[in-house]
Design a protein around this ligand. Structure first.
Ligand code: AMP
Length: 219
């Protein structure tokens, strides 16, 4: 199955996605995690993408699409796409790439959360820098069992530089301008499932259970 996690930065795409992977045996394909690793390893690609990421902008479509084209072969049985596509051009390219292998997107999980809640939540977000893990925690809403350490892989958790409130505000603007149109794009394809997230009431499990129900409808 191919599933897209859609939603603003900090909406819980990564967190819910990881639990879905554990439940269904899927794997996450996160363009953000790939880019962060390239930056960390100081590769050519890392140098190209660094400025876009640290300013809260989007990496250009041609660069991003190439990365996905290259990476897709590692996921012959499908994937959970976290953070891709982020533009209509990327969505169209993904559709074409999958169709070449008689594949398609089965369901798009749209995590709907007000901007003001995103700003509150990302201010205390902690991220595991290990690309194979990528778990996120939150010192206020979902603390790790051991302070500062990833529950899943034991790596030291970091605060992402692009989670700073000023950068998050820019990322939200970029989300509304470039990524939000994908909601209608996938609604028209009949595969959109929206999950309304209330950060004060819902536990992670509540959102994961809603996501599981939505996936079951499209199996
Ligand atoms: P994420 O980890 O998904 O929040 O991504 C972190 C940053 O990486 C984003 O703010 C963008 O700068 C960049 N990025 C990740 N995925 C994409 C994408 N599909 N298209 C363009 N830029 C991306």
């Amino acid at each position: 199955m191919n599933i897209i996690m859609l939603g603003a930065p900090g909406s819980g795409k990564g967190t819910v996605g990881i639990d879905l992977c554990e439940k269904f045996g899927f794997e996450t394909f996160s363009t953000g995690a790939i880019f962060r690793e390239e930056i960390e390893n100081e590769t050519e690609l890392g140098k190209i993408v660094q400025e876009y990421i640290s300013s809260g902008g989007l990496v250009p479509d041609d660069v991003t699409i190439k990365i996905v084209e290259k990476g897709l072969e590692k996921y012959p049985n499908g994937a959970i796409f976290d953070g891709f596509p982020r533009t209509i051009a990327q969505a169209e390219a993904l559709k074409e790439m999958l169709a070449k292998n008689n594949n398609k997107i089965d369901v798009v999980l749209n995590l709907n959360i007000p901007d003001e809640d995103i700003i509150v939540r990302t201010a205390s977000r902690l991220t595991c820098p290990n690309k194979k893990c990528g778990a996120t925690f939150n010192s206020k809403f979902m603390p790790p069992k051991v302070d500062g350490i990833c529950d899943r892989c034991g790596s030291k958790l970091i605060i992402r530089a692009d989670d700073k409130p000023e950068t998050i505000k820019k990322r939200l603007k970029v989300y509304h301008e470039n990524t939000e149109p994908l909601i209608d794009f996938y609604r028209n394809e009949g595969i959109l499932e929206t999950i309304d997230v209330d950060i004060y009431k819902d536990s992670k499990e509540d959102n994961v259970n809603r996501a599981i129900e939505a996936i079951e409808k499209h199996k």
